[in-house]
Design a protein around this ligand. Structure first.
Ligand code: ADP
Ligand code: MG
Length: 326
């Protein structure tokens, strides 16, 4: 006989073990009870993943569990927050125990890695949809914001951009990549790594921060809007993977690195005087970080390409998934 809702929750989502001090009461009652440590504030975010819209329907359950949490943690990273707890609303077409076991494995592997506790949720029947709400602690007044970029600031980017979009393009057979490249690209799409340590080390250092979920052009534009400034970036400075370099060499298509979503890197601005501190702190956590341009007073976002051509990255909206409503 298939397990009922309560048994599924008991078996896969309620876990024994040490609970952090900030969690007074977890799964099992009508509501969870939490405590915010003295001198801290709570940063809260929620994101929903719909099968066939935000991930391919054939995505492995463990990857869905990982990604549903990772995209939310990426928002906490962009605020400079330290993950504390999450709630999970799971809508499933049927109570498929193997799928739930896989989902829980992917979810908790990442949750354990970053010290996050699942404190509650809701389980309902319907088209496969996963909503995760996360909360993290940040020193009072110290949350990193989108506003605050100033003319003269350098614009920085962690990791590489465009890989998740390239994975999707290859999956849809719009381009071809080697089997080895596909493995790495698919990991970028299915197993994004939220830049938590990187966000926290930017506290008190960056003027403005955002995570790149909708594409570099669109997300950098949010910083510009919130800060009332403009920017010029340089295509040749964009940090790219080998697979993306090869794709660009063959197609010259900047839409992927400038417009492709789902990378979950951090884009931030900081004064030039912070450069050596930024480089030293990123070297300590072993994460690549690159200056890609500069904030200026002239409104708009310009991307200078090698031959002197100037692109507006916001016009390069890359359709990241068929059926996407975004
Ligand atoms: P209620 O009917 O009072 O809303 P539920 O039956 O929805 O309670 O849930 C019972 C308990 O199980 C609650 O503590 C709730 O937070 C938790 N819960 C339900 N679904 C999930 C889930 N998918 N993940 C984690 N906790 C869950
Ligand atoms: Mg409920």
């Amino acid at each position: 006989m298939p397990l009922g809702e309560f048994q599924l929750i008991e078996r896969y989502f309620r876990r024994d073990g040490v609970v952090p001090e900030s969690v007074v009461l977890g799964i099992g009652d009508d509501a969870a009870v939490v405590r915010v440590p003295a001198g801290q504030e709570l940063a809260v975010a929620i994101d929903t993943l719909v099968a066939g819209v935000h991930f391919p329907v054939e995505t492995a359950a463990a990857d869905v569990g990982h990604k549903a949490l990772a995209v939310n943690l990426s928002d906490l990273a962009a605020m400079g927050a330290d993950p504390a707890w999450a709630t999970l609303a799971l809508t499933l077409p049927e109570p498929d125990e193997a799928w739930i076991a896989g989902f829980a494995e992917g979810f908790f592997e990442l949750a354990d890695d970053c010290g996050l506790t699942l404190i509650g949720g809701d389980t309902t029947r319907g088209p496969l949809t996963v909503s995760v709400q996360v909360a993290g602690h940040v020193p009072a007044g110290g949350a990193l914001r989108r506003q605050g970029a100033r003319p003269g600031d350098q614009i920085w980017l962690t990791g590489t951009v465009g890989d998740a979009a390239l994975a999707l393009a290859a999956l849809k057979q719009r381009c071809s990549v080697s089997a080895e490249e596909m493995m790495r690209l698919r990991a970028r799409l299915d197993r994004p790594q939220p830049r938590l340590a990187e966000g926290q080390l930017l506290r008190g250092l960056a003027h403005a921060v955002i995570d790149v979920s909708d594409g570099l052009g669109a997300d950098l534009d949010h910083i510009l809007d919130a800060s009332g400034v403009g920017a010029t970036i340089h295509a040749v400075k964009l940090p790219l993977s080998g697979a993306m370099e090869r794709y660009l060499g063959a197609t010259g298509d900047w839409a992927l690195p400038l417009g492709g979503g789902d990378d979950y890197e951090l884009c931030f601005t900081a004064p030039e005087s912070a450069r050596s501190t930024i480089e030293a702190r990123f070297a300590e956590v072993g994460t690549a970080v690159t200056v890609i341009g500069r904030i200026d007073g002239r409104p708009g976002l310009r991307c200078v390409v090698e031959d002197g051509e100037i692109l507006d990255p916001r016009a390069l909206g890359y359709q990241h998934f068929s059926g996407s409503v975004e």
